[in-house]
Design a protein around this ligand. Structure first.
Ligand SMILES: *Cc1c(COP(=O)(O)O)cnc(C)c1O
Length: 372
């Protein structure tokens, strides 16, 4: 038997995706409105336990519109973790506001409330915790901080559909939240996103912004400059089919993570943790390798065995557009994780046998990649 190449992430489209997309094709409802758009929003809101879900073209646009709906603009600051995908900071920049970076916590790898507190200024309008790699951020201290300083909380939940903080699903904890349905995420529509909130006014504002700013009561009247950020009915059809299986996706991911946890016990790596208050969905099962290991070489050796791995995000403050935002600041935890973090294959398709193969290979490759 030849072994399949094992990617870090892959979609599972084995439910009603084809059937529902075909229904769109047959009915002609393929554009930015239709039954599936409504059904997807409804099922996603119910799943997150929120009153409103607004579908949108992708996760980055979800962040952009969520920030605009909160009224964030020129001269404002938004605190973003240094360790995240670039879209978190970019969405702030799109609004004319400035992302201010805070370090992450060494245990959970999510926004550190203490460093966040230190970064609050008179211009801070919001804080954006990211539920990184499927693990929820530590929300209580961040919510308290936000309340004390009268600022908003926007959750970047792009990587964490179904993750729970103290029993509450992410997307329902802050003022507003953004999800992504990119092809490698826990739930996918190819490209796509969703905004969730319990605030009817924020939801209305988000709908206005994503639909060219057209007045819902008066067609072809545009009280504001909006965007064409609509999700298509085709994508929403895939989303509806994915939501039918979301519990299974999450169960499978948690099962795969438990296999990894067990198999990695005897290796000299720091495993991804799950805080006592958290239910992680393990978007990417990730580890931190010792400093003495050449990560690039390790990844090459793994790839030779048909196993894809992925390095952690670069610190955002080191990316060229953001270097000036963080002059003379240090982010020790992000810097370390960024250099030593590695994500392993994590889809809902991974078998127990594959986890054994991957972790055996990791043991061998760690030795082969020790710096001399
Ligand atoms: C994927 C991702 C996004 C952006 O989502 P897109 O749908 O790709 O635009 C934003 N934030 C984080 C943390 C992500 O991982």
């Amino acid at each position: 038997m030849t072994r399949r190449f094992i990617p870090v992430a892959e979609p599972v489209l084995a439910g009603n995706e084809k059937k529902y997309v075909n229904e769109c094709l047959e009915s002609g409802w393929i554009s930015g409105s239709g039954n599936y758009v409504e059904a997807f929003e409804k099922s996603f809101a119910d799943f997150c336990g929120v009153k409103h879900a607004v579908s949108i073209v992708n996760g980055t646009a979800a962040l952009h519109v969520a920030l605009l709906a909160l009224g964030i603009g020129r001269g404002d600051e938004v605190i973003v973790p240094d360790l995240t995908f670039i879209a978190s900071a970019n969405a702030v920049t799109y609004c004319g506001a400035q992302p201010v970076f805070a370090d992450v916590d060494a245990r959970t790898w999510t926004l550190d409330p203490q460093d966040t507190a230190a970064k609050i200024s008179a211009r801070t309008k919001a804080v954006m915790p990211v539920h990184l790699y499927g693990h929820p951020a530590n929300m209580t201290p961040l919510l308290e901080l936000a309340q004390d300083h009268d600022i908003h909380v926007i959750e970047d939940a792009a990587e964490a559909h179904g993750a729970e903080y103290k029993g509450q699903r992410v997307g329902s904890i802050g003022d507003i939240a953004a999800f992504s349905f990119f092809g490698n995420k826990v739930v996918t529509t190819g490209e796509g996103g969703m905004i969730t909130t319990n605030d009817a006014q924020l939801a209305d504002q988000a709908r206005l912004l994503k639909g060219q700013g057209m007045d819902p009561e008066r067609r072809y009247h545009f009280p504001i400059v909006g965007y064409n950020y609509r999700m298509t009915n085709l994508q929403a059809a895939i989303g509806v089919a994915q939501m039918e299986r979301i519990d299974w996706f999450i169960e499978r991911r948690r099962e795969v993570a438990a296999w990894y946890d067990n198999a990695l016990k005897n290796l000299a790596v720091t495993k991804m943790m799950e805080a006592s208050w958290a239910k992680s969905v393990y978007w990417l099962y990730s580890i931190c390798i010792p400093e003495e290991i050449d990560r690039d070489l390790l990844m090459t050796r793994m790839l030779e065995r048909g196993i894809e791995t992925r390095p952690f995000f670069y610190p955002t403050h080191r990316q060229p557009p953001y270097r000036l935002n963080a002059e003379n600041q240090t982010f020790p935890v992000t810097t370390k994780l960024s250099a030593q973090g590695l994500s392993l294959p994590s889809s809902a398709r991974i078998s127990k046998e594959e986890v054994a193969y991957i972790t055996d290979a990791l043991g061998v490759c760690l030795q082969a990649a020790a710096k001399s």
